[in-house]
Design a protein. Structure first.
Length: 116
């Protein structure tokens, strides 16, 4: 899990850096840096379950809320023709945050011994 957490910390810092030309970087840079910080905590083995659970749930709700009315993909070659493309990208970004935190929670849980 340590390698995964370190890779994801780098990925989310990279995502934050790529937000400089986004229409609303003041929202997305802190979100991605927050998940990068949580990834660093996971790397250090300091998974604070309530914090990770609340954060994961928040990202899931955000991803559902941001899902576009009409899916037009996340095409980079054509730029942003409609708001639906931007909403699709934002929804997928929040989904990646959610999935990453769920993986930390699942991998960070101690295995319970089966009662005999």
């Amino acid at each position: 899990m340590k390698i995964f957490a370190l890779i994801m910390a780098f990925v989310f810092v990279s995502f934050a850096a790529l937000q400089y030309n986004d229409p609303d970087p003041y929202i997305w840079i802190p979100i991605y840096l927050y998940v990068a910080a949580l990834s660093y905590l996971a790397f250090k083995g300091k998974i604070i379950k309530p914090l990770f659970m609340i954060s994961a749930l928040s990202f899931l709700v955000g991803a559902i809320f941001m899902w576009p009315e009409q899916w037009e993909g996340v095409a980079l070659k054509n730029g942003m023709k409609t708001i639906f493309i931007e909403q699709g990208r934002e929804s997928l970004g929040l989904s990646m945050c959610f999935v990453t935190l769920v993986i930390y929670l699942l991998l960070g849980m101690p295995l319970r011994k089966v009662a005999q």
